[in-house]
Write a protein that binds this ligand. Structure first.
Ligand code: COA
Length: 212
């Protein structure tokens, strides 16, 4: 729901959550930027549970170089056959609060009008080393999700996955590509800055209803 709607009338959030509960959802998260949105949520009984950096990379920049160590990995289009492996890698990489289940995965892929979902394997194995989901909408690209299995980190695999998505976003003539990352995720921040993403002044706060 767009913030303009609930900033004027936060009661709408309560109604939306009531409908969600009827549909079987048990957890509700709301994104906020700027002091007004945050103040409205705090006044309405929400609490901040996380903070995200927002970064953008201009598409006029040249594509970053991929390290040779990532050259032998295989990139392929993700299919339904990969879902279990993607969830395994995802759960090995993210804390439970942010880890995805198959429903969240399909929502991430469907979140934008166009998306590119690629998985990475090594040698002849079907075991996934990593995956990335990029999206496209409103003339901008988004890196929705990326994870590399801890066993395969530090070899340039994330760089290769991101360069693939940046090339795709360039082909679609996007102005820029955005990504969000938890403020405490220093490895991801270093990766994005190295690849030419620029940190934006304003981040995103994540809120959920405070326990009553
Ligand atoms: C972040 C992540 C995707 C990086 O994957 P990776 O394949 O190891 O990344 P690369 O090998 O391509 O690293 C490229 C750059 O990222 C930074 N980086 C990545 N991992 C790092 C680490 N453990 N320590 C310090 N810098 C790191 C470095 O700048 C590195 O460049 P360098 O090797 O020249 O120092 C991986 O650590 C991961 O899956 N983490 C958990 C999930 C996650 O945080 N996803 C992003 C959420 S927004």
């Amino acid at each position: 729901m767009p913030p303009q709607v609930w900033v004027r009338n936060p009661e709408i959030l309560m109604r939306a959550m009531a409908v969600g509960r009827e549909m079987g959802y048990s957890r509700f998260l709301v994104q906020a930027t700027g002091v007004t949105q945050k103040a409205v949520l705090l006044d309405s009984g929400f609490q901040e549970v996380d903070r995200l950096h927002v970064l953008f990379r201009r598409s006029t920049l040249n594509l970053p170089k991929v390290p040779e160590s990532a050259g032998s990995a295989r990139l392929q289009r993700a299919s339904s056959l990969h879902v279990d492996e993607v969830i395994r890698v995802d759960n090995a990489c993210f804390e439970p609060f942010w880890a995805m289940n198959p429903l969240a995965l399909s929502e991430a892929v469907a979140a934008t009008p166009r998306s590119r979902f690629r998985v990475m394997t090594v040698g002849d194995s079907d075991v996934l080393a990593g995956y990335a989901i990029f999206g496209l909408g409103g003339g901008e690209g988004y890196l929705q999700r990326i994870a590399v299995d801890p066993h395969w980190q530090g070899r340039g695999f994330a760089t290769r996955l991101i360069v693939d998505g940046l090339r795709w976003a360039k082909r679609w003539r996007t102005r820029r590509v955005g990504v969000n990352t938890q403020q405490r995720n220093e490895n991801a921040l270093r990766l994005y800055l190295k690849l030419g993403f620029e940190l934006q002044a304003e981040g995103i706060s994540i809120f959920e209803p405070a326990p009553s």
